[in-house]
Design a protein around this ligand. Structure first.
Ligand code: UDP
Ligand code: MG
Length: 150
């Protein structure tokens, strides 16, 4: 029987983290999303300031790893991307794989490029609500080139 699920075209934020940028893996990582039919609709390279990383990851500020996370995320340039497509938030998380690369499914970005739980190559929004606020954190509406394809 054909699926009756209606399409939900979503946008979600990803960050190619300093470790993956330093390894020259930007193009490889974008390919994982494009081959799954997701469309890149916004992109920005930046070197996050400490205050940016602290605000972006504020939800984790009480966690033991917070200072190291901020230090890592500010250690080099990152590429901030918005992908669009059907069910994009969940699909991007699936394509990324689990936070800990040792637990990430084979063929996921983190299984293929992350070296440890704290140097794990990529960020992806964890819900539609988070995606909206994370996209607004980095992009103005004029910087997002929404497309119907994907
Ligand atoms: N992190 C870490 N140590 C941990 C857990 C998380 O360094 O024990 C870092 C890691 O870079 C992770 C980020 O904090 O990607 C945010 O953690 P979260 O649980 O939100 O994982 P994600 O949503 O990135 O899979
Ligand atoms: Mg998270």
């Amino acid at each position: 029987m054909a699926s009756t699920r209606t399409q939900s075209i979503e946008q979600t934020l990803t960050i190619i983290k300093p470790d993956a940028v330093a390894q020259n893996m930007i193009g490889n990582i974008i390919e994982y999303f494009e081959r799954e039919g997701l469309s890149l609709v916004a992109a920005k390279m930046t070197h996050l300031k400490e205050s940016d990383a602290e605000r972006f990851y504020a939800i984790h500020k009480e966690r033991a790893f917070f200072r190291e996370l901020v230090e890592f995320m500010t250690s080099g340039p990152v590429l901030i991307l918005v992908f669009q497509g059907d069910n994009a938030v969940v699909r991007v998380r699936e394509i990324m794989g689990a936070t800990d690369p040792a637990k990430a499914a084979p063929g996921t970005i983190r299984a293929d490029f992350a070296t440890s739980i704290d140097r794990n190559a990529i960020h992806g929004s964890d819900s539609l609500k988070t995606a909206k606020s994370e996209i607004e954190f980095f992009f103005t509406p004029q910087e997002i080139f929404s497309r119907t394809q994907g």
